[in-house]
Ligand binder design. Sequence first.
Ligand code: BES
Ligand code: ZN
Ligand code: ZN
Length: 465
Amino acid sequence: MPSDTLPRFAPPDAAATPLHILPQDTFADWLGAQPERLQAWVESCGFRAGLGEILRVPGDDGALSAVLMGWGKPAAHARGRFAVARALSALKTGTYKLDGPLEGDDLNEAALGWLLGGYAFDRYATQSPPTAKLVAPAGIDAARIEAIAAGEILTRNLINTPAADMGPEALEQAVRDLGAAFGAEVISTIGDDLLTANFPMIHAVGRAAEQAPRLLDMTWGDTGPTLTLVGKGVCFDTGGLNLKPGASMGLMKKDMGGAATVLGLAHMIMALNLPLRLRVLIPAVENAVAGNAFRPGDILSSRKGLSVEVNNTDAEGRLVLADALALADETPPDLMICMATLTGAARVALGPDLAPFYTDDADVAASLAVAGTRVRDPLWRMPLHRPYDTMIEPKIADLDNAPSGGMAGSITAALFLDRFVTDTARFVHFDIYGWQPTAQPARPKGGVGMGARAILEALPEVLNL
Ligand code: BES
Ligand code: ZN
Ligand code: ZN
């Protein structure tokens, strides 16, 4: 990401208009302590401090002297950043300084809302509108919020970029750019080298595309516990020979959303210089249609040695991830996290806003749940229900990539991935959607990160940092 597009707070000495963010339950007390003139203005404008309500306050000379923003009732605080972002777009220009009672998680949430509220995907826009600036509020870790916002924006930009400009080559370049920015090492194994290096399923899924399939391997940090992130990098998912119908294919530039989300998280981790050793593995492929495409009925061998019967070429994500997970598992990290836009079933189960995750480790699950609530990045634990194992066991190979019957599609995909990771590993798999279907403040329609902020928040506890 070019540095001029990094989300930043205004410098502390910038001339700024006071912005009071006011919770509704203490609003009456706050107002009672204000000058009569302001009380009269608030009254006559009908401002009640509802979440996202905005009131501009003129000074004696008629110029803007302060802005009031409602923070609503406690229950509405859950995603307060959306309201802050709405206020920001209403304000349009100027520099503001928070002056009000928010603190702790609420203050962090408001500050993040401000930085994300300024986001628009502008790679193809000839003009982008100016946005209002915020002086970093006292009481927040401004560098941390900036790093989180920058990681989230990287994720969104990668997802939003059309597949024509975000194929396996461009995704590799994005990994190299990120690595170069933080002194990480990046290795890639490309095309037929995948066969000699024993990644047969990444090769099989990606071999029909113009741009060769590849496995990207980034490493960073030299001390501390080890964390390996694996992200699904299907740059476009046509479904392969089991071609998706048009309506289902329309959004499939986002099928590298898992890769984009782990790269955003990697950005946050490296920018914050967390004391850990990070590895990011991304199988980057396009699931395309051509004469040499893999076929329904083919039986693939995998890096781990398990054979896989392809019953649907559209269940390609689990194939490329299986080889990457097997590699990750060969140097067992303290924690392994996989993120993938893996199944339509996950979206049916939880919708676009709630990230489903699977793990056998109850402690990790609990840490993630608490962290997700604290940073308002909602997650939901799903069951790795072993009795469904039989659904992914066909007759003539070890595994079936696409069980028929339409039952528990997200669970069976998770169970499939789990076969490629040893039982002792601390493994978490996220089946994310990666897309905001309708525009909201701080969240325009398009690519969106899920789970990364919760993971970042949980890392100190989970890895004993
Ligand atoms: N990339 C899709 C999953 C997907 C679709 C995620 C829509 C989010 C929104 C994946 O490769 C896929 O097509 N999965 C199939 C698996 C099935 C054939 C077993 C699915 O979910 O239908
Ligand atoms: Zn697919
Ligand atoms: Zn896919």
